[in-house]
Design a protein around this ligand. Structure first.
Ligand SMILES: Nc1nc2c(ncn2[C@@H]2O[C@H](COP(=O)(O)OP(=O)(O)O)[C@@H](O)[C@H]2O)c(=O)[nH]1
Ligand SMILES: [Mg+2]
Length: 389
């Protein structure tokens, strides 16, 4: 659409969105139509308000709201997808907020618009990590080119992740071309964020390498990029951590990832090795080297001192180019969408199953029998499932 003016693009998107809504048999009401227009092309203050309103509507659990929200979401869909989705994870205190502030401002200086979202199922307890963190994102949180939204604060991880995914689409429709999704390194939230982003980055402390056992291996395997933050504190430790984590990543690569989570094409499992790895102290293997495959790497940084932010973005850009040209970026998104659909179907079916009157009546006694060892678990499951029509 490069030859079109922004107004023409806007017009085309609206037409497309409208057509999509009609095709779905759910015409947009005027209210949602107006919201959509403001999200896609409203003047800045209007757009911001419309985004907040749309996201709030999407977060609502009321059935009638959900109907309108679904129509609105589908209408926005043609305007989404034009961003780079970056996942950031790491334990509390590793420096995520400090880093996102520095990165966000750097990206804005390059002309990007940056949205920051979060998946933090515990935030109903902690009061919303990003909001509390706004002090650490002092400049970014008030910047007109940035949009920061805390984690939805209630529900299961699946529910929280769903709302964050939908908020991401709203940000994309509003023209934010870098969406950062943050999560604390607890529970399964890393998997959820890896499953909704184009690239997953794990922040580590400089002493991480000293105790590789302590690093959750499963999480490390999700990472496309590992960042040793706070390198300013101890250069030597950071260098050591970098070497140790690099070889750990190479081992994962050589042995494959038997349980890849969805959203990451299996073909990304190729063995690590190749010339760009040799600087990390390992033995480069040229035997299986494939230029189109990304090898997870490790870099050092000091978010606090603003050192290594540009190198970080350069690495991200390399990854993005490689993934786009090889078609893996698009493939990963397709796989993520499909996996997500099934995940939501699973969750929805389970909720309906539990709410089914006959099941509800029987589930207590049957579960009791299972606990007492009177009925085999599989038999109990079949009996309950048979009640569900
Ligand atoms: N020395 C040093 N301190 C840092 C660095 N990045 C963050 N910090 C500090 O680490 C603490 C936790 O940072 P924060 O961004 O809130 O971590 P988060 O919990 O992961 O969001 C704060 O006191 C930061 O100032 C860094 O690169 N070097
Ligand atoms: Mg934080």
């Amino acid at each position: 659409m490069k030859h079109l003016s922004p107004e023409q693009v806007h017009e085309a998107l609206l037409l497309q969105a409208d057509a999509q809504a009609r095709q779905d048999g759910r015409e947009l009401r005027e209210a949602e139509m107006a919201l959509m227009q403001d999200v896609i092309g409203g003047e800045p203050a209007r757009q911001r308000r419309a985004m907040a309103k749309t996201i709030t509507l999407l977060e609502s659990t009321r059935a009638d709201h959900r109907l309108h929200a679904d129509a609105l979401l589908n209408a926005l869909l043609p305007a989404t997808g034009d961003s780079f989705r970056l996942g950031i994870s790491g334990v509390p205190g590793v420096g995520k907020s400090t880093f996102i502030e520095a990165l966000g401002l750097h990206l804005i200086s390059l002309g990007h618009r940056v949205a920051v979202l979060a998946v933090d199922p515990s935030s109903s307890v902690s009061g919303g990590s990003i909001l509390g963190d706004k002090t650490r994102m002092e400049q970014l949180s008030v910047h007109p080119q940035a949009y920061i939204r805390p984690s939805p604060s209630s529900g299961t991880l699946g529910g929280v992740a769903e709302r964050t995914r939908e908020a991401m689409l709203v940000c994309e429709a509003a023209g934010y071309d870098v969406v950062i999704v943050e999560t604390v390194g607890v529970g399964q939230s890393e998997t959820a964020v890896q499953g909704m982003t184009d690239m997953f980055c794990l922040l580590q402390l400089p002493n991480a390498g000293d105790d590789l056992q302590a690093i959750k291996k499963g999480v490390m395997e999700l990472a496309d990029l590992v960042v040793i933050n706070k390198a300013d504190l101890d250069e030597n430790a950071a260098t050591r951590a970098r070497a140790q984590i690099s070889s750990a990543l190479r081992l994962f690569g050589m042995h494959g990832h038997p349980e890849r989570s969805p959203g990451r094409p299996k073909s990304a499992n190729a063995p690590l090795g190749g010339s760009e790895q040799s600087e990390l102290g390992g033995q480069p293997s040229h035997a299986h080297h494939d230029e189109t495959i990304w090898h997870p790497t490790v870099i050092q940084m000091s978010a606090l001192k603003n050192q290594g932010i540009d190198a970080f973005w350069a690495t991200v850009s390399q990854f993005r180019d490689l993934q786009s040209h090889s078609g893996r970026l698009a493939a990963r998104r397709r796989a993520q969408d499909e996996a997500w659909m099934w995940e939501r179907i699973d969750a929805g079916l389970k909720a309906r199953f539990k709410a089914h009157p006959a099941v509800r009546e029987q589930i207590g006694p049957v579960a009791d029998d299972v606990r007492k060892g009177v009925v085999a678990a599989s038999v109990a499951a079949r009996r309950l499932l048979d009640l569900f029509h």
